[in-house]
Design a protein around this ligand. Structure first.
Ligand code: GTP
Ligand code: MG
Length: 196
């Protein structure tokens, strides 16, 4: 597979509007502003496939991209952002929860966390849930360009150690959309999931 063949399919407000639950999906989840949409654009080599923004809470819908027939990438709404009206938050967090719980075609979860403050409670909960659900996890430590290489590597080790206790299939990679750090590694892992 070639991730740069990804094409936009739909922005769905809830799971009922998603494409048929067949084939394989890899979803991108993480706190608001963690860099999910940017990572999607970097990995698909498309500048504006997914919409990015300086304002947290940009992605409020489940955005689906098709790489090939039956192989999809999914940009999920971010969690953990306080400054949105409660009703709105409830609505899209519900969509996120339903997607994670019910989507049969979900075969791999990319969890994106800012390398400067990874593993917040919600991140940890999500990864724990994925391990319990036998879902492989790729933890992408984003915006690694904000740290020196040494500090970034140290952070990767720290996160690996913290997640080791959970068991399960968890990979940790330092990532930068700006500098393409970790892009080849991430692409390899995601393509393996898509073609398994
Ligand atoms: P929501 O859709 O709101 O949940 O956010 P998101 O996780 O999709 O984040 P998005 O990709 O929109 O990026 C948020 C902000 O972080 C933007 O201002 C990006 O330019 C910036 N950003 C994303 N990736 C990187 C990176 O690798 N390096 C740096 N320096 N900034 C980044
Ligand atoms: Mg987004």
């Amino acid at each position: 597979v070639n991730l740069n063949k990804a094409k936009f399919v739909i922005s769905a407000p809830d799971i009922r509007q998603l494409p048929e639950d067949a084939g394989i999906e890899v979803a991108f989840a993480g706190r608001s502003n963690a860099g999910k949409s940017s990572a999607l654009n970097t990995l698909t080599l498309q500048k504006s496939l997914a919409r990015t923004s300086k304002t947290p809470g940009r992605t409020q819908l489940i955005n689906v991209f098709e790489v090939e027939e039956g192989m999809r990438l999914v940009d999920l709404p971010g969690y953990g952002f306080a400054k949105v009206p409660l009703e709105m938050k409830k609505k899209w967090q519900k969509a996120l929860g339903e997607y994670l719980e019910k989507r049969e075609s979900l075969k791999g979860l990319v969890v994106l966390m800012d390398i400067r403050h990874p593993l917040k409670d919600l991140d940890h909960n999500l990864i724990e849930w994925a391990v319990d659900s036998n879902l492989p996890v790729l933890a992408l430590l984003t915006k690694s360009d904000k740290l020196s290489q040494g500090k970034a590597s140290a952070e990767v080790l720290k996160v690996k150690k913290a997640l080791q206790v959970l068991g399960g299939d968890i990979k940790v990679v330092a990532f930068s959309s700006l500098k393409k750090t970790g892009a080849n590694q991430a692409t390899q892992i995601i393509c393996d999931w898509l073609t398994a």
